[in-house]
Design a protein around this ligand. Structure first.
Ligand code: GMT
Length: 374
């Protein structure tokens, strides 16, 4: 197939899922055209089936808010027509699904029928999309899509609850490349970070308030009171200065390291004993799946789709949002030497069910149904 993929080209979950999906589809022989405002972060290798088309917004003094959606729709029309796309797959409803609707209508006037598949990733529904400023457009453009997918059953439920959706929403979970995400031998790195054999806790995120990174630090402080431990924080974002101050205030700077945005996150995960995800909302929790694939159990909240991934008392433990004391108790339980091996093995085994090879064919089938429907 000739597939157009529209996404945010960022480090964030939806951009990563879209880019990894495109790369996997290209390796399976499809021609994949990425249409975004800059090169997707993970579009990092050359493949004869991969193409990248940049959306350019010509500046004009009148535009206080440059009309990205219009430039994107125009680019979709251009690529769909000239590259003879079979399907347009847009990741994240705002504004990609509505831009795709406009492109589809324009193409129809040119005698071209192209189906649109929309994948809902979470914040486009749970945080931003629900807002009255966007809700009518989100509802309309989901209903106008020829295929709709959500990354967890919980996100599907929430979409039906908050929007008047008439379309069938198919759940296609996030997936993982198990060749890249597997435990690697990094003993030298571990002894540098935890020379006394301290337990190593890890958190990765974009440091937005929804991730509750304060809870990460407070859980770690509770664990650190009981056992020798270190915390590695991967990623960056608006809350980082506040979190750095919190670490100073509670006097744990020597045990907490900020690693910033790291490409090779699997190397850090390879030396970790426990992953912390105390998020307030999380449609799926891709960062936890990456940890599990590297044999790292997860202590998390039960927000959104997390319990579909982190099975309580099997791959880790789940708690109510904000219940730091319970997460401390759970972390200490998982980290016990007699418990840790079983949690590690179960985390990897469950991650394997989300293998790229299992999930990508679900998207291919979804594209085929969308093509057959127009
Ligand atoms: O929350 C993030 O880290 C970024 C966010 C996004 O919009 O890209 O991630 C969302 O999509 C991911 C991929 O489907 C999911 O794994 C994340 O759980 C989801 N984030 C939220 O729902 C808060």
């Amino acid at each position: 197939m000739n597939i157009g993929i529209v996404c945010y080209p960022t480090f964030g979950g939806s951009g990563v899922v879209a880019t990894e999906l495109g790369k996997a589809l290209a390796q399976r022989g499809h021609r994949v055209h990425f249409i975004t405002y800059s090169q997707p972060v993970r579009l990092d290798f050359f493949n004869e089936n991969l193409f990248y088309h940049e959306v350019y917004i010509p500046p004009y003094p009148l535009f206080q808010f440059p009309p990205y959606e219009l430039a994107l729709a125009s680019k979709m029309v251009d690529i769909a027509q000239n590259e003879k796309l079979d399907v347009l797959h847009v990741h994240y409803a705002i504004p990609h699904a509505s831009a795709a609707f406009m492109a589809k209508q324009i193409l129809l006037t040119r005698g071209i029928r192209i189906p649109v598949v929309t994948t809902l990733h979470g914040t486009d529904i749970t945080l931003v999309g629900k807002d009255a400023s966007y809700e009518p457009v989100v509802t309309f453009s989901i209903n106008q899509s020829d295929g709709v997918t959500a990354v967890s059953a919980d996100l599907r439920r929430e979409t039906y609850e908050y929007f008047a959706i008439e379309k069938e929403i198919e759940v296609i979970p996030n997936f993982i490349n198990l060749e890249r995400f597997q435990k690697q031998e990094k003993g030298h790195f571990k002894s540098a970070i935890a020379p006394e054999g301290e337990k190593l806790l890890v958190h990765t995120s974009n440091f937005r308030s929804v991730k509750r990174v304060d809870d990460v630090v407070n859980i770690f402080a509770g664990v650190r009171k009981q056992i020798p431990a270190k915390l590695l924080l991967v990623g960056d974002g608006p809350d980082r200065p506040r979190i750095e101050k919190l670490c100073r205030d509670i006097g744990l700077c020597q045990d907490i390291r900020f690693l910033g945005k790291l490409e090779a996150v699997e190397e850090v995960l390879s030396i970790a004993d426990l992953f912390l995800m105390p998020s307030e909302k999380e449609s799926f929790g891709l960062a936890a799946l990456e940890a599990m694939a590297c044999e790292v159990p997860v202590v998390s909240t039960n927000a959104g789709g997390i319990p579909e991934l982190n099975e309580h008392n099997i791959t880790g433990m789940v708690s109510e949002v904000g219940d730091v004391a319970d997460m401390v108790k759970n972390a200490l339980y998982v980290l016990k030497d007699e418990n840790l091996p079983r949690f590690k093995a179960a985390a990897r085994a469950h991650a394997e069910t989300f293998a790229l090879e299992n999930i990508v064919p679900l998207y291919e089938a979804c594209y085929q149904r969308a093509v057959d429907s127009v």
